[in-house]
Design a protein around this ligand. Structure first.
Ligand SMILES: O=C(O)CNC(=O)[C@H](CS)NC(=O)CCC(=O)C(=O)O
Length: 277
């Protein structure tokens, strides 16, 4: 099975981002990808709540979701929209950071709301308060596909290993980690975190990422780390997209999941313990 990761530099203009994505989806499908993945906040990268309030919609009215569903069915591909920022159901006033799995008929096969909020001061000048704008989810999600079971996650989730252990123990073989990773943490943490999640679960990890300097009409411009990555169940980096936007391909073999897990069956070796108190 061939997958494609779309590495993009999304702006804060959802319509422009959709126009940029459609030819990339076409390129991915023409290159033989049966599963295509986009990064976190595919529809809008913005640091301005006022701007987001103006351009973002609930999922039923989200034009990026509608356009990408049409594209998935026109191209006959499975599409993991890493996430869309969408308005929540009232009375929740914050957005949801929601991942969607679209099937080749354009139906929504699964949704997952990012659970861990990036409330972190990464450097003296760079602070993120994701929970001010986004309401966290509270439900882990797996989804069957013809290529195996997906386990969904988003970005900062990657730092919480028990989530991935739960996904793998529930049957997930391919873990998705769409991201908009910070340039401060990316160089030291991105690759080792992804490889660790792959090794400790014996799963493929597919991590499409935002990259570069994101143009913004309102609010300050944001930068992201890039390096969309696919990791094998043995922990090898199969592809690293560097920092330029584009489409990268990776071939997956479900038998590799079985092989890694039978060589090191650590997923079955959990112990129940007391303490440390
Ligand atoms: O705010 C948005 O538009 C969408 N959300 C994001 O970009 C989020 C929260 S700011 N980014 C991360 O989770 C980066 C995590 C990270 O960089 C790390 O774990 O080191």
């Amino acid at each position: 099975m061939r997958a494609a990761l779309l590495q993009i530099t999304a702006s804060d203009d959802p319509a422009g981002n959709l126009r940029m994505l459609l030819p990339m989806l076409q390129e991915a499908a023409e290159g033989g990808a049966e599963l295509v993945l986009t990064p976190e906040v595919t529809n809008c990268v913005s640091a301005s709540r006022t701007h987001q309030q103006g351009v973002l919609r609930q999922e039923g009215e989200d034009t990026t979701l509608a356009g990408l569903r049409d594209a998935a069915s026109a191209l006959g591909i499975w599409l993991l929209i890493g996430s869309l920022a969408v308005k929540s159901e009232p009375p929740e006033e914050r957005f949801a950071n929601r991942s969607f799995l679209i099937d080749p008929s354009g139906n929504i096969a699964a949704r997952y709301d990012k659970m861990h909020m990036f409330d972190v001061q990464v450097t003296e000048t760079e602070t993120y308060r994701e929970s001010a704008g986004f309401a966290p989810g509270d439900r882990a999600v797996t989804a069957p596909t013809p290529f195996g079971m997906l386990g969904l996650s988003v970005c900062y989730d990657v730092r919480f290993p028990y989530l991935y252990r739960a996904l793998a123990q529930a049957g997930a073989q391919i873990l998705t980690v769409p991201a908009a990773f910070s340039p401060a943490t990316g160089p030291g943490h991105w690759e080792p975190l992804l490889r660790a999640r792959a090794i400790e679960t014996g799963s493929y990890v597919l991590a499409p990422a935002q990259t570069g300097e994101h143009p913004a009409q309102r609010g300050r411009a944001r930068r992201t780390y890039g390096h969309s990555m696919a990791v094998s169940p043995w922990g090898e980096v199969l592809v690293d997209a560097g920092t330029e936007p584009g489409v990268v391909f990776v071939d997956l073999d479900p038998a590799q999941v079985q092989k890694a897990r039978s060589q090191v069956p650590s997923l079955e070796h959990d112990r129940v313990f007391s303490g440390p108190a």
